[in-house]
Design a protein around this ligand. Structure first.
Ligand code: GCB
Length: 852
């Protein structure tokens, strides 16, 4: 009986996630479960900002006096961003930082055989002393990772060392021939002087015992003891790698002198060693390995950061399935379960703490940062997948855009930042001597100038050539130049990628157009540029998935759309292109037509369709007939198929693999309305836009052609030749943002040569210049405020007045998507007239429907 009790009670942890009470004001309470955040809705609504302030949590916990001789801890796996914990009204701890775990010992505060009240006061307000101060992601507030109640006997593996597992696995001299392992074990004694035994065993993946060590540990009264256990070298170890993530397992058991188990812990053991070389890149186990993978943020559509762990694990499977061999968990430590999965699946990890964009010159900021890095390293140290520990991202971003500070202030801030970097670097090297230290910078000479670029062992560059900066091809030139100037520096392309919305596609992709085609173009070129350069250790795309960034107003407001998969993790086509170049295990084909919805094409018009495959050549069949064979280069081929009106069946095959897709085409000659009733034009734009609500794809605009449609005058506003000139964003009252975002300015006449009949016409307008949101990531300098009389115009179709003196800025003080709808009878053609009274008229789109 007694033994059974001990077996049940040793080192027990249970999650206490359910049945918490939550309140914003301590008056109105609601029942919630953990993971929880209070920003799920307001970080995505039309009102600027989201609630950053206090949130109160409470839970009752019954503890039986049968457990009186146990030691009790609470463990919070992450609370964003500051937490103060009370037990039965007494403050037990305060923790700063929203992405690392903390524990607190609560034994003396417990009332046995009654209910105990746990209260947590959470604060996600801006705090000058807690990083991140500022970043391109939403700082959702709440208790968003598991809360655990841990009970342990009086002697146990320490829970007090920065919430680590109380032991650290170190590897010495791992090679093909041998592997040394030693383990630092921390044991806490809450009792009188006593003796304990520590048993450590290493088993292989099949559970065969490989080696074991038994060590006696004499513990003084109330002592915290550190012991170091060194195993004899393991001969011919099976090595761990992405291709073969072979894991041994370490088990640690703490027993009393009667052999009764007091505590037990496990860890994965993966034997591997890494080196980096500024000429030849990254090496794993002595072999060159180009690191190719992604960055990941932890939030998820409709969950904020409070994402069930099983959903999060699916991400890691998706990433592995794509063929990635590395993940940068950006810009903060993610859930530990995911690192364990990286061990198991074979994915190398870069993990970092969220010191992003700028630092505060204060002792408190330095202290919180240092503690955070200690927690980070100690909590994530034992995962063999973790090879890189980082601590700063684009730390001079704010400085680079700072137009207020004096030169002296800026110089002082550079010094402070460098000082913190050096401190964190030193700490990281000391705590994690076998890991690679990293940081990521943005395109700015300041990283070289200050010398911060040479502080970490590996420098990541976040480079957005062809998006925020210059052109796609400029990437290689920049990297070659850096390599030449700093030949001893190891480099990784730590971020890159354009925004892409699956509703937008085009034959002529352009910088900043958010089309999936531009996304393909940029990634395909970057991959070539990096794989052609042996000195580059690798590349991690920004980002695995679309993610929440409250201040953004791109094609989907409040979402950064640079994901290879959407916010709900539906893959964009580019995900499959990566799979085609990275995953060689099994033959694979993907026809990139997933988002080609309701495509309208003119008589002889074609649309280039990309086919992705890891096979050298493929055969393409169209509507049951063989069309052609193609060779693939860089994992893809672009084909112009003679698609017919209606449903088209595209089949692609090799001897080993087959895929078919259906594409629906509206093939039209003119406005004969023979096989269509409705026609939409994305005015002022080179983009097709699929509008879900209207279930129609708006076609790109053109200059007027007789017998067809187009503008007689005006200029495109928004995306121009190669620059984002300040797209109107955060447009309210619509989900069809991209339709409104591109528009024609100064157009007085627009013609559609429709035949005689009755039509319904919808016109789309937005005033583009209301309150442009300042977005440092857009690098847009356009911050003009609007003159409310900017533009006033009358809207006519043929002779019919649709709206007199349309003044968008006046009528809609915020940026609204405005539609005007009318019915009109015509003998011949529709001519839209926008007669200017003041300023230049604008128009974003038109949808016509033939009524009879
Ligand atoms: C960056 C930042 C990242 C942003 C990204 C972007 O360089 O490191 O946090 O989200 O650019 O999309 O602008």
């Amino acid at each position: 009986m007694c033994v059974a009790f001990f077996f049940l009670s040793h080192g027990q942890s249970k999650t206490i996630n359910s049945g918490w009470q939550y309140s914003e004001d301590k008056t109105n309470w609601q029942t919630v479960n953990i993971p929880h955040t209070w920003n799920v809705k307001d970080a995505f609504d039309d009102v600027a900002g989201y609630r950053r302030g206090l949130g109160f949590y409470q839970k009752q916990l019954f503890v039986s006096s049968k457990e009186k001789d146990q030691i009790f801890y609470l463990k919070f796996n992450a609370v964003n961003q500051e937490a103060t914990v009370f037990v039965n009204g007494k403050k037990v701890t305060n923790h700063k930082g929203g992405y690392t775990a903390f524990t607190t010992e609560i034994t003396s505060h417990i009332n046995f055989d009654s209910y105990n009240i746990i209260e947590v006061e959470v604060d996600n307000s801006h705090n000058e002393n807690i990083p991140p101060l500022d970043a391109d992601f939403t700082f959702y507030g709440g208790i968003y990772r598991d809360v655990e109640l841990i009970k342990v006997p009086k002697q146990h593996f320490s829970l007090k060392d920065f919430a680590s597992d109380g032991f650290y696995v170190n590897y010495d001299n791992v090679s093909n021939e041998k592997a040394g392992v030693n383990v630092t074990v921390l044991i806490d004694n809450f009792d009188e002087k006593t003796n304990t035994n520590v048993d450590l065993t290493i088993v292989d993946a099949e559970n065969n015992l490989i080696t074991e060590k038994h060590q006696k540990a004499k513990l003084n009264a109330k002592e915290s003891k550190t012991i170091k256990v060194t195993f004899p070298e393991i001969k011919n170890p099976k090595l761990w790698s992405p291709d073969d993530p072979y894991l041994y397992k370490l088990q640690l058991t703490l027993r009393d002198t009667n052999g009764i188990i007091l505590d037990q812990k496990y860890a994965n053991i993966g034997f591997r060693w890494t080196t980096i070389d500024s000429e030849n890149g990254f090496f794993l186990n002595g072999k060159p390995l180009k690191l190719i993978g992604i960055n990941r943020h932890q939030d998820y559509k409709n969950y904020g950061n409070a994402v069930p762990i099983e959903l999060q694990k699916q991400d890691i499977h998706l990433i592995k399935n794509m063929g990635a061999n590395v993940i940068r968990f950006a810009h903060y430590p993610h859930a530990r379960e995911l690192y364990k999965l990286c061990d198991e699946l074979g994915i190398l990890v870069w993990t970092e703490i969220p010191i992003v964009n700028k630092v505060t010159d204060s002792e408190a900021f330095f202290e919180v940062s240092t503690t955070m890095q200690k927690e980070h390293i100690k909590q994530y140290y034992n995962y063999p997948s973790v090879v890189m520990f980082g601590y700063m991202n684009e730390i001079f971003l704010r400085l680079a855009f700072d137009r207020k500070s004096t030169k002296e202030e800026k110089e002082a801030l550079k010094k402070t930042t460098l000082k913190l970097a050096n401190q964190l670097e030193e700490l990281t090297r000391k705590l994690a001597p076998n890991h690679i230290t990293v940081m990521a910078g943005h395109l700015n000479e300041v990283y070289n100038e200050t010398g911060i670029a040479d502080v970490p062992m590996l420098l990541g560059w976040n480079l957005y050539f062809g998006w925020y900066d210059a052109q796609i091809e400029d990437l290689g030139t920049f990297l070659d130049d850096q390599h030449q100037r700093y030949p001893n520096r190891s480099l990784l392309l730590s971020e890159y990628g354009p925004g892409a919305d699956v509703r937008i596609f085009t034959k002529t992709p352009k910088k900043f157009d958010f089309s999936t085609n531009y996304q393909a173009k940029l990634h395909q070129s970057y991959y070539k540029q990096i794989t052609n350069r042996p000195f580059m250790t690798g590349m991690t795309a920004w980002n695995f998935a679309d993610f929440g960034s409250e201040f953004r107003g791109d094609a989907i407001p409040h979402v950064n759309q640079k994901g290879l998969v959407q916010y709900d993790r539906t893959p964009k086509d580019i995900y499959y292109w990566y799979k085609s170049v990275l995953d060689t295990k099994e033959p694979f084909i993907h026809i990139a037509t997933d988002n080609l919805k309701k495509l309208t094409l003119l008589e002889d018009e074609t649309f280039p369709i990309q086919i992705y495959s890891n096979q050298p050549s493929i055969s393409v069949f169209l509507n049951g007939e063989k069309y052609r064979e193609y060779s693939l280069e860089n994992g893809f081929v672009s084909v112009d198929l003679p698609l017919q009106n209606g449903q088209n069946r595209i089949e692609v095959m090799t001897h080993e693999v087959y895929e078919e897709k259906y594409v629906h085409i509206n093939r039209i000659k003119t406005f004969d309305f023979e096989n269509f009733k409705r026609f939409g034009i994305n005015i002022g734009s080179h983009l097709y836009f699929y509008d879900e609500e209207q279930n129609i794809t708006f076609v790109p605009d053109q200059v007027y052609k007789k017998g067809w449609f187009g503008y007689k005058n005006g200029t495109a506003y928004g995306i121009t030749k190669d620059k984002n000139q300040g797209l109107p964003h955060n447009i309210k009252n619509t989900d069809a943002e991209p339709l409104f975002q591109t528009l024609l300015e100064g157009c007085n006449e627009y013609k559609m040569d429709v035949p005689e009949g009755n039509y319904k016409v919808i016109l789309y307008f937005v005033e583009p210049q209301i309150k442009p949101t300042e977005n440092i990531y857009n690098l847009s300098k356009n911050t003009a405020t609007i003159d409310k009389k900017q533009r006033i115009f009358d809207v006519y179709i043929n002779e019919k007045l649709i709206e007199k003196q349309l003044n968008l800025a006046q009528a809609y003080p915020e940026k609204y998507g405005v539609t005007l709808q009318t019915k009109i009878q015509t003998k011949k053609g529709l001519t839209l007239k926008l007669n200017a009274i003041e300023g230049l008229p604008v128009i974003s789109g038109i949808l016509i429907e033939k009524l009879d």
